[in-house]
Design a protein around this ligand. Sequence first.
Ligand code: FMN
Length: 539
Amino acid sequence: MSFIEIFAVSMKIVFTGPKGAGKTTLGGGIAAFFNIPFIETDKALEDLYSKEYGETATCREIYSAHGENIFRELERRAVQSMHENNWCLISTGGGTLYDSSNRAVLRKNSVVVLLRASDEFLWSRVKQSKIPPFLAGEDGFLHFKERNQKLYDIVNPICDIVFEVGNPLAKERLAGEIAAFIMLGMASPNTFGEIVRVTTFGESHGRAVGAVLDGLLPGISVSEEDIQIELNRRRPNQSRVSTPRDEKDKIHILSGTFEGKTTGAPLCMLVYNEDHDSSRYDNLRDVFRPGHADFTFWKKYGLRDHRGGGRSSGRETVGRVAAGAVAKKLLKEKGIEIFAFAEMIAGVKGETEDFSVIEKNSVRAADPIKAAEMERAILKLQEAGNSAGGIVKCIIKGCPAGIGDPVFFKIDARLAMAFFSVGAVKGVEVGAGFAAAYLDAAENNDPMDGNGFLTNNAGGILGGISTGADIVLRAAVKPTPSITGKQQTIDIYGNEREISVHGRHDPCIVPRIVPVLESMAALVILDAIRMQEKLKGCF
Ligand SMILES: Cc1cc2nc3c(=O)[nH]c(=O)nc-3n(C[C@H](O)[C@H](O)[C@H](O)COP(=O)(O)O)c2cc1C
């Protein structure tokens, strides 16, 4: 199987360029590189001609014997026959692409590569072989330049890659560009990370949920127990303030390890959905829950999995936590630890930060006294058919200075994206965050002495790069949208309806989102460290 068959659903590579650009040599080389057939539109035309006319002739001979009209008609039919072609490299010249129907066929499901170079360089190549009759004579070069410009004008708007020929290692470089382009096209909204990449799969009421974690080095110890510990923290039905959906969330590692160690292959982790009683959602079949993603999923995909929200369900985060468990373990070995906790719930704010109590109270607060108050506030709202929101604080300890990749992969930008990708997160702050806007520089700047920073308003990040101080983040988590209280809504037909949601829902998402945010933070930091290793070869 070739590279593009593995990575793309259906795809062809189309090469074009002026005479002398190397459509045949470079095109043939790239086709061999990717192990796909090499097809030339000229050759296809000649084959069609010999089939229909019972004689062989070159394109030039066909053109001069039958004239432009018959030639172009044959060419069009030869190109049309490539309509369904995939997994191949098609080389074609400018003349073929002047025809818009040919362009449409060749553009479909393809990566269009335009080979170009200076006219002088290409002309010197043309002269090395035989100058064709239509370029012969005194005006040959002028004519050549005009033809090239016409080709560029037509191809530029439809090409994906413009490649300057005549460079050393042209084949390898171009193959790399094509591979990168195809993989970019494959970028999936369900995959996160650059080197350490996680893809989550599964729906709330499907057979299973989980993740594929790729980009791990071989030889790392990973066990189902390591992952189970973290999944148990995210699991439903842990306390009075989480959904009573009774899922054991037992992890199964399906691939990527041998005798307890990673092999370097994708680590596939799966959890079966057991307690998914879809009948509870029948009354939601055609109504949109206010505050949930029902309406937007319907608008976007034109269909909707009413059973628990499908991919928009909190259940999707099982895969994140499974992958995050592995990332956390690897980071811990490097001395990096991540602690998240409920800083505020339903207006009740924690006053102390004792990490040792986080797992000992139902709301995952770092203040045991306020934890009890938070729980009471949640239950009170739940009783009234309502739900509670809150703030999660996340602290990353031990991250060395120098992690993060300006400009678009700044570590704060990536952490914010990771957090915002989790359902119900409505705000992310770094360090002093929004409060910094109310300070002056003398208050906000973090002075330094020989031992480091004296304060940490920056939250451990300057210029998108870690400072070595604790990385401090806060996430605002909205109140659970599904509530039993009556609310006004519409159905998929646009009728006004009243809704009261009676499935099994978290009365507050904060306690269960804590391990999810830790996991996302761990995945970002691990990936960023791998990027830094690539840059510097060290950590
Ligand atoms: C761990 C977790 C658990 C959640 N539990 C519920 C729930 O029980 N009921 C509910 O309506 N929403 C729940 N949500 C929130 C919805 O998934 C989320 O609000 C919805 O997808 C809409 O997205 P948005 O809030 O980001 O706009 C949960 C989210 C997470 C991360």
